[in-house]
Design a protein around this ligand. Structure first.
Ligand code: PLP
Length: 395
């Protein structure tokens, strides 16, 4: 049968690392692998009420019915206000609701990439973005986040450069944040290259210290005075703040981009689940303002516990990032060490899991990196897990 598959299918292979991660499903493992929210922090009773209301006599026929592809209007209205609060002034016609921001990444790949076009991405970058774009058979080139690679150098590569993709706040996997100067430099580069910017704001709300930096889209709007003139496309998500299981994300962009994405959504799944959008709207309206500070407090303390444990237990020569938010710390081991081999050893000897760094690089370099997530373990477990990891590294 495989000979019948389209050429793109051959690029969509399960990575070795994903196979390795299947080993994690064992009891007693301390896992720093999954970049997922702590389920104990879900606003579950608020969702229970919201679903009950949606299924009650007043809303049930709407909640269980087909709805418009653009998304549930009150949710888009809430999002327009939310985006304004973080500096992005836009109307509801600039917003499309997607089934998680992952769907937005797939649609954007579909919209921009013909085979052999170039996508600029961080080296490393979010594994799911690589997987989404990869299906459209692009080439990947290295986006220099701090702006020290010139436009001419990018142009020297093969393929039309279609977009630069990055997650400027507390990126997955590095936890790093792009500073204001580099965001401006990135916009200058996109102008020179005449390419789009895909800004992935999945972790944007989860800042634990330092001052917020305006989204790249906000900076571009203040340059051009209108979102309609902007080349930046912002992807947001409720997955890290309210619930990933409901699959509600959004895209903010100039109207012509949104119109094209709506056509894609019509072809793909018509619309995201109506009832989920209604529930997310109710819960966001009822408790987003109080829920986010609570999440920040809990995750900040876990981040602090992980950084303190790394300081205490990592051997000489190991380095790591100090994220101001998000869910990840990125560890660099001395050259020559291999994260996948270390994972197998750590699982077998001390029952600690993490994601080896290789998966986050388009060319599968970065073997001496690890991604550790602190979001889903309490402080004591983090301390214990990092101590054990230190022991394996010393073996
Ligand atoms: C940087 C980044 N973008 C997007 C996503 C996709 O999230 P969702 O589709 O749940 O919104 C994730 C999930 O881990 C992520 O880390």
């Amino acid at each position: 049968m495989d000979q019948l598959f389209a050429t793109r299918a051959s690029r969509m292979k399960a990575s070795e690392i994903r196979e390795l991660l299947k080993l994690l499903d064992q009891p007693g493992i301390i896992s720093f692998a999954g970049g997922i929210p702590d389920p104990a922090l879900f606003p579950a009773s608020e969702f229970a009420q919201a679903f009950q209301l949606a299924l009650g006599p007043k809303y049930q026929s709407q909640a269980l019915q087909y709805s418009v592809s653009e998304g549930y209007v009150p949710l888009r209205q809430w999002l327009a206000d939310h985006m304004k609060q973080i500096g992005v002034s836009c109307g509801i016609d600039n917003i499309l609701i997607t089934s998680g921001s992952q769907q937005a990444l797939d649609y954007l790949g579909k919209l921009f990439l013909s085979p052999s076009d170039t996508a600029l991405v961080g080296w490393p970058t979010y594994l799911g973005a690589l997987a989404a774009f990869n299906a459209y058979e692009p080439r990947f080139d290295r986006l220099s986040i701090n702006g020290n690679r010139r436009a001419a150098e990018y142009r020297a590569g093969t393929g039309d450069i279609k977009f630069a993709y990055l997650s400027p706040d507390f990126a997955n996997p590095t936890g790093e944040t792009v500073d204001l100067r580099s965001r401006e430099a990135l916009l200058n580069l996109a102008e020179e290259l005449d390419c789009a910017v895909i800004e992935d704001g999945a972790y944007q709300a989860l800042r634990y210290d330092g001052d917020p930096i305006p989204p790249i889209l906000a900076l571009e709007i203040s340059r051009k005075q209108s979102i309609e003139k902007c080349r930046t496309i912002y992807c947001g998500s409720f997955s890290k703040t309210l619930s990933p299981g409901l699959r509600v994300g959004w895209v903010v962009a100039a109207k012509p981009v949104i119109s094209q994405l709506v056509l894609m959504k019509q072809a793909a799944d018509l619309h995201s689940a109506t009832i989920n959008q209604m529930a997310v709207h109710r819960v966001a309206e009822a408790c987003f303002e109080t829920h986010i500070p609570m999440l920040r407090q809990v995750y900040r303390s876990r981040r602090d516990a992980m950084l303190a444990a790394l300081d205490q237990f990592m051997p000489e020569g190991v380095q790591w990032t100090k994220p101001e938010g998000g869910m990840f710390v990125w560890v660099t081991l001395p050259k020559g060490m291999d994260g996948s081999t270390l994972l197998l050893r750590a699982l077998a000897t001390v029952k600690v899991a993490f994601v080896p760094g290789q998966a986050f690089f388009p060319d599968e370099t970065g073997a001496n990196n690890l991604r550790l997530s602190f979001s889903n373990s309490d402080e004591k477990t983090i301390q214990e897990g990092i101590q054990r990891l230190g022991e394996v590294l010393r073996m």
